[in-house]
Design a protein around this ligand. Structure first.
Ligand code: DGJ
Length: 356
């Protein structure tokens, strides 16, 4: 956990906005302390570790996503898993000025707020994502809502005018009438919102959201079979990263792309496996959950692969999951992207897609 000295450094970093000039003078301390050797001083993240928040508690934000608001990064994710069913009690939110110091903003949704499920509690709460709807001026929270046994695969929605809540329950529904398992939510550069989910665990179905983001408007693009979907746009191309379907066990990632200007109607083309170096057959023992586009001081964008290492202490240890964040760099001399395994250094060393 960072102390006051490091917090001051963090505040300074925000003012510098990852500027490479200032970054050279910065020394990032180890905020990622659990289960790992101390990180080198220029390292942002050691794969397979868990950060501690400013109160000294583990950050519990699994299957999560990242949103920028109020000059901060907000990390939303599933609370710690419990019980033999491997479910979470809440959706947690953390804020950070620099992706290294995390303040717990609270459990923004708990299982007892879920209404309208045709089965009794407890419920499975997975893969939460928050979108900002500029038209309605609301933050809309989406998550995979289900029974512990996956008997009612659906999507839950709540919303708030403040990212930190309180979130008002909206509803649970099966988008476009279909079973909905792993999911993500995404706003494209034109402001259109999308829900992307594993339809019946057969294919990844993409639906545009209504203008208030509270409903879907029909499946308008069909991706391959996959879980842990994560969308991002790089220039004129949109990409969808995903895992295979092997429960809590890791498997090879897959990447598809489209040149379609809008996701509705997009045809997806398979790109090379983004993880081909040693350990790539398990995506470095992780499952994708999101891709964060981080603006660097030189104006370039560093894409950050966010994944979960569900069972890093072996099968059955999902209650103690850790995180894998790695640079997702343009593939050298070819198409697509490549996840660069190893300690995640100061983001500025990757400017313009450069390998350090
Ligand atoms: C893999 C999914 O990605 C997780 O979110 C979770 O549903 C597990 N399967 C359950 O086995």
């Amino acid at each position: 956990m960072w102390g006051e000295r490091e917090a001051t450094r963090a505040r300074w970093m925000v003012r510098c906005r990852w500027s490479p000039v200032f970054a050279a003078a910065l020394v990032l301390s180890c905020a990622w302390c659990a289960h790992a050797a101390p990180s080198p001083e220029d390292t942002l993240f050691i794969p397979g570790t868990v950060p501690y928040d400013t109160k000294g508690n583990k950050v519990e934000a699994h299957g999560g996503g990242m949103l920028q608001a109020n000059g901060l990064y907000y990390w939303v994710g599933e609370g710690a898993k419990y019980s033999a069913s491997i479910i979470s009690k809440s959706i947690n939110l953390y804020s950070s000025p620099d992706l290294a110091t995390w303040t717990f903003e609270g459990a923004i949704l708990t299982g007892d707020q879920i209404k309208g499920m045709p089965f009794p509690a407890p419920y499975r709460i997975e893969r939460p994502k928050i979108l900002w709807n500029a038209q309605t001026q609301h933050y809309v929270l989406f998550f995979h809502c289900d029974t512990p046994e996956f008997a009612y695969p659906a999507v839950g929605i709540a919303r708030s005018q403040n990212i930190t809540g309180p979130y008002t329950w909206v509803r649970v529904f099966k988008p476009d009438g279909e079973d909905s398992y792993d999911m993500t939510a995404y706003v494209d550069t034109d402001g259109t919102g999308y829900l992307i989910r594993s339809v019946g665990n057969v294919f990844l179905g993409i639906s545009a959201l209504t203008s208030d983001f509270l409903d879907t408007t029909g499946i308008c693009s069909w991706g391959p079979r996959g879980e842990g979907p994560a969308l991002f746009r790089a220039g004129d191309m949109s990409y969808m990263l995903m895992s295979g379907l092997t429960g809590w066990s890791p498997n090879p990632a897959a990447l598809v792309s489209t040149v379609a200007p809008r996701l509705c109607g997009a045809w997806w083309v398979r790109q090379p496996n983004p993880a081909t170096t040693e350990g790539g057959n398990t995506t470095f023992n992780s499952q994708s959950t999101a891709v964060l586009p981080l603006k660097l001081g030189d104006g370039s964008t560093l894409f950050i692969y966010m994944g979960d290492r569900w069972n890093f202490q072996g099968p059955g240890s999902t209650y103690n999951a850790s995180y894998v964040w790695l640079p997702l760099l343009p593939r050298s001399g070819g198409q697509g992207f490549q996840i660069l395994n190893g300690p995640f250094k100061d983001p500025n060393v990757y400017t313009d897609g450069r390998r350090p």
